[in-house]
Ligand binder design. Structure first.
Ligand code: CTP
Length: 396
């Protein structure tokens, strides 16, 4: 699984740094290329000579190599890596990572890393328990860092408790499991719809909704991170295209989204319908701006838009999977189930507008995924990135 992979091993200044030597050995034995980046404090615990001998590469610690003045590019390193693992991650390094204090090569590389990041905290039990550390760990989790929980046991301070860096064998297993999952959608083509649609009334006005597109973009990003080729059909949002193999088709109205989806769906392995599609559009769109002075009171006649998910449900092959969303305010479960049947979906993701951690514009979501087979799974509130991972694990 790790053969030929590029891994940055970040070592910060804790006594557990002695275990990083073994971690480095295991990563190399598994076939990975490893670049060690160590903090100045880390070098007090373990020598660069040991690390460079085992990694086969000079150890990076400073922004410049002292004798040659050569600049160590954290940007190039960040692009080179398939994964970065920071072990041990001290309370100080975790705090710097959480707040972006890039005063050493390790944190600077972390901020430049496009790759997946793992951190194995190691510290005294009281430091680990401290609310400040807990806050930093929460921030890092929300930023997408996978924390490899410390184990309970004897600590260098002489105390016993939680704070011991996880054993190198376990850290390697976590990285391998992630590598495995990150290739899980390789070769798959996935269509994702995201954002709202805008239905024009006249050249300056439209009917829209509060969808930010964050959930759909998180899904597109996660599918791409797992190796899929993604087509993202997006309504008007102000989000950048996530990293990876993602082709974005920008649309405005439900009719445009419908046309794009009908065109793209036949080549796809799955479609995730996350867009908040307007159900109605004005029957006529005025060519010129409607003037209050001359028009007076107006009545907008609305006509139903095509149901995009249902259209795809009608043409899907047995090999294609179709996943829809339901945002409900009442009778949530029953409404979601009836939507699943009506649109011929394989799965429906239910989020409730009643839940303060779910819904439009939020960075978090709380979902229940229901399968056409009757199986269902509820997940706790999480960042939309982590929710995307849960949805993909359950459905694809
Ligand atoms: N959907 C769609 N096209 C539409 C309306 C909805 O593709 N015109 C998709 C959404 O992307 C979502 C699912 O259908 O995956 C359910 O959307 P929702 O708005 O909850 O359901 P509606 O069918 O619009 O039903 P209602 O508004 O009556 O709840």
């Amino acid at each position: 699984m790790l053969k030929g992979k590029h891994i940055i091993l970040g070592i910060s200044g804790g006594i557990a740094a002695y275990k990083s030597v073994h971690l480095l050995r295991l990563l190399r034995k598994a076939g990975a290329e490893v670049q060690v980046v160590i903090t100045p404090a880390g070098k007090e615990f373990i020598t660069p000579v040991t690390l460079s001998s085992l990694s086969g590469k000079p150890v990076i610690s400073e922004f410049f190599t002292a004798n040659t003045g050569q600049w160590n590019s954290h940007v190039d390193l960040g692009l080179w890596a398939d994964a970065m693992v920071i072990a041990p991650a001290t309370a100080c390094t975790l705090a710097k990572m959480a707040t972006g204090v890039a005063d050493n090569m390790l944190v600077t590389t972390y901020l430049s890393a496009k790759a997946k990041v793992f951190a194995a905290p190691a510290m005294d039990l009281d430091m680990y328990r401290h609310p400040s550390t807990a806050r930093n760990l929460d921030t890092l989790r929300a930023d997408g860092v996978t924390l490899i929980e410390p184990a309970e046991g004897y600590l260098a301070s002489g105390l016993t408790g939680k704070g011991r860096m996880e054993e190198p064998e376990e850290i390697v297993k976590v990285i391998e499991a992630w590598m495995d999952a990150s290739a899980s959608l390789k070769g798959k083509k996935i269509l994702v719809t995201a954002g709202p649609t805008h239905e024009n009334i006249d050249p300056v006005r439209f009917i829209g909704n509060y969808s930010s597109g964050k959930m759909g973009y998180a899904l597109a990003g996660e599918c791409a991170a797992r190796g899929a080729e993604v087509c993202l059909v997006s309504g008007p949002v102000s989000l950048p295209v996530p990293d990876g193999d993602i082709r974005r088709i920008e649309v405005t109205s439900a009719a445009e989204m419908h046309a794009a989806c009908l065109r793209e769906f036949p080549g796809m392995d799955a479609a995730i319908m996350c867009a908040a599609v307007a159900d109605y559009a004005p029957a006529v769109c005025s060519d010129s701006k409607i003037k209050r002075e001359t028009t007076g009171e107006i009545t907008l006649r609305l006509v139903p838009n095509p149901d995009i998910a249902a259209s795809l449900g009608a043409i899907k092959t047995p090999e294609q999977k179709l996943i829809g969303f339901a945002l409900e305010t009442d009778n949530e479960h029953a409404n979601a189930l009836s939507k699943l049947r009506r649109k011929n979906l394989d799965f429906i993701v239910l989020n409730s507008l009643r839940d303060p951690l779910a819904g439009f514009g939020k960075d978090t979501n709380k979902v229940t995924v229901i399968a056409a087979t009757g199986e269902e799974k509820s997940f706790p509130a999480k960042s939309k990135t982590l929710v995307a991972a849960d949805i993909i694990d359950f459905t694809l």
